[in-house]
Ligand binder design. Structure first.
Ligand SMILES: Nc1ncnc2c1ncn2[C@@H]1O[C@H](COP(=O)(O)OP(=O)(O)OP(=O)(O)O)[C@@H](O)[C@H]1O
Length: 532
């Protein structure tokens, strides 16, 4: 691929360019005269707070949304993409945060579905293998997608895009679901792609990786273009300041509170698998006391989803005594009964699991609060109380959106996450189980969510956080355990472990049964919790 040069700027020529794009949703201006040029051979970051307008811009650049005004240029000439197929045909590939893959089909079958014509599967598998080899992507064409980890699925999506030989590849928060190793591999692939003269648009809230990987960065704030900078010349704090317009606080550690009674006790919890990868749990032991945050690290697809389901009551435990919430055997109780014990749950999937996409936010409030005092009385929904609760979430958690009470699907990803966390936290739970608390959430909102969870712990709540983000867990958990192939190591105080020990256990060293810094055997779950 040859890379031309823009005579006016002496920079590589832009392949895809947005010029003054504006998009309104009712009264809300999601993009206000935004311009962005993606140049050949560069990795260009798109930065902004939750709701800043990043996804809206990307959707206009690939034909998923039409701008109200402004235009797109492709190779310097006006371009019109009435739909995603037309942008794909011109060489614009997008890998969205939410994958569009069928679990029951193999990789090659999934890829075939997205391609025109009827290429025989063995020939397509050979092309996939060639692409995998060329870009170091580690994808096996004949494996069933249901058996793949999130990182592997993402690679399938990337391979699918690359088979279309794109000149521009747009990656929407690609590393939020990846382990550090997987992220490193992805960065290598991105470098190979730009080395060939392709352009990559990289959306991320992780400013350190943006500074490492990207040649330029465009910052949006409140739907407006704020700056184009060289991220390597900026500090992470400087980039965050551009995004937010003010300094971004770090999570304060509140360490002065007491560790109290066990709020969650899990004893010898076994869950049979349903045949899919990472669906079985083996003899899980865990104790979380009032006042502490326990983090569960691990590569997605190692049993975390099953653990969440069995703790929240979406899946029942065979032995009712194997899960005890606030001294009550809860293994046989459903979600509503567990909520009545003042347990709160935030699942990983915001849209469709934590929130009903086509219900307004106020009705989404009801989904998890209908059992709480004051919200429903004598079978009648108290709309005023729901509205008050809704307003408290919006104000307390800075949930931003257009309109008064939009459907959940209209919110940006990060704002919906803040809404879901707020809905659970305001119930004043004694136990809070949160899966991936800050996925897709900007730096300021992530700091706010972590601070809020710490405050809940300080008030006597026991908090269980399942997260792929090791830095996040090391920053704000008191103890950390690792989930691997359905086994859980004993949680150890953060001060007594290291990234290396956790990384080793994440890689499957569950037989070792510990994540202590020196590799010495740790005390079983619960003992020594006061030390945290
Ligand atoms: N279809 C829609 N209808 C109404 N409002 C919308 C729609 N899509 C997006 N919005 C609003 O437009 C604004 C920008 O949203 P967008 O998804 O582009 O933000 P973002 O920068 O990608 O955020 P995040 O980092 O949270 O993903 C938000 O206030 C969002 O609520």
């Amino acid at each position: 691929m040859t890379v031309g040069v823009d005579a006016a700027t002496d920079l590589p020529a832009s392949i895809l360019e947005a010029v003054g794009l504006t998009k309104r949703f009712g009264a809300l201006v999601a993009n206000d005269h935004v311009s962005l040029a993606i140049r050949a051979g560069e990795t260009h970051a798109l930065l902004g707070e939750n709701g800043a307008g990043k996804s809206t811009l990307v959707k206009m650049m690939c034909g998923l949304l039409q701008p109200d005004s402004g235009e797109l240029l492709y190779d310097g000439a006006p371009a019109f993409f009435p739909d995603p197929a037309s942008s794909r045909a011109r060489g614009v590939g997008v890998v969205f945060q939410h994958f569009a893959l069928f679990d029951a089909l193999t990789v090659v079958e999934n890829v075939a579905l997205g391609l025109p014509g009827h290429e025989p599967l063995p020939a397509l598998a050979a092309r996939i293998e060639e692409c995998v080899h060329r870009y170091g992507l580690a994808v096996e064409p004949w494996r069933r997608v249901g058996e793949l980890s999130v990182g592997e699925r993402q690679r399938v999506e990337i391979v699918r895009c690359l088979l279309g030989d794109p000149r521009v590849l747009i990656l929407d928060e690609p590393t939020s679901v990846l382990t550090p190793d997987e992220s490193e591999n992805l960065f290598r692939t991105v470098d190979l792609l730009t080395g060939e003269g392709r352009a990559v648009l990289f959306i991320s809230h992780k400013l350190d990786e943006v500074r490492r990987l990207c040649h330029r960065a465009t910052v949006l704030r409140g739907g407006k273009f704020i700056a184009e900078v060289d991220p390597k010349q900026e500090s992470s704090a400087g980039l965050a300041r551009l995004m937010v317009g003010a300094d971004v606080p770090r999570t304060p550690r509140l360490v002065t509170h007491e560790i109290g009674e066990p709020r969650l006790l899990v004893r010898k919890l076994d869950v049979a698998g349903d045949g899919s990868r990472g669906s079985a749990l083996h003899e899980i032991d865990l104790e979380i006391r009032a006042g502490e945050i326990v983090g569960i690290a691990g590569v997605a697809g190692n049993g975390q989803t099953t653990l969440f389901e069995v703790l929240s009551g979406e899946k029942l435990a065979e032995d009712p005594e194997s899960i005890v919430i606030d001294k009550v055997p809860a293994g046989a109780l459903g979600p509503t009964e567990r909520r009545a014990l003042r347990a709160g749950f935030v699942p990983e999937e915001r849209l469709g699991h934590a929130a009903a996409p086509d219900l307004p936010l106020s009705d989404n409030v009801l989904l998890t609060t209908h059992g709480d005092a004051g919200i429903v009385s004598y079978g009648v929904i108290r709309r005023g109380a729901v509205k008050d609760y809704f307003q408290r979430i919006v104000k307390g958690f800075d949930v931003r959106f257009g309109g008064r009470d939009p459907k959940a699907r209209r919110l940006s990803g990060g704002n919906l996450q803040k809404f879901v966390i707020g809905r659970e936290v305001l119930r004043k739970p004694v136990l809070l189980v949160v899966d991936q608390p800050t996925w897709g959430v900007d730096a300021a909102a992530a700091a706010f969510i972590r601070t809020t969870l710490r405050e809940k712990a300080a008030e006597g709540c026991a908090v269980l956080v399942i997260s792929q983000d090791l830095d996040e867990l090391l920053e704000f958990a008191d103890r950390i355990a690792v989930m691997s192939e359905g086994h859980l190591t004993a949680p150890v105080p953060v001060a007594e472990t290291s990234r290396e020990a956790i990384g080793l256990a994440m890689g499957g060293a569950h037989g070792a049964h510990d994540v202590g810094r020196d590799g010495a055997a740790q005390t079983p779950a619960g003992e020594g919790a006061d030390a945290s």
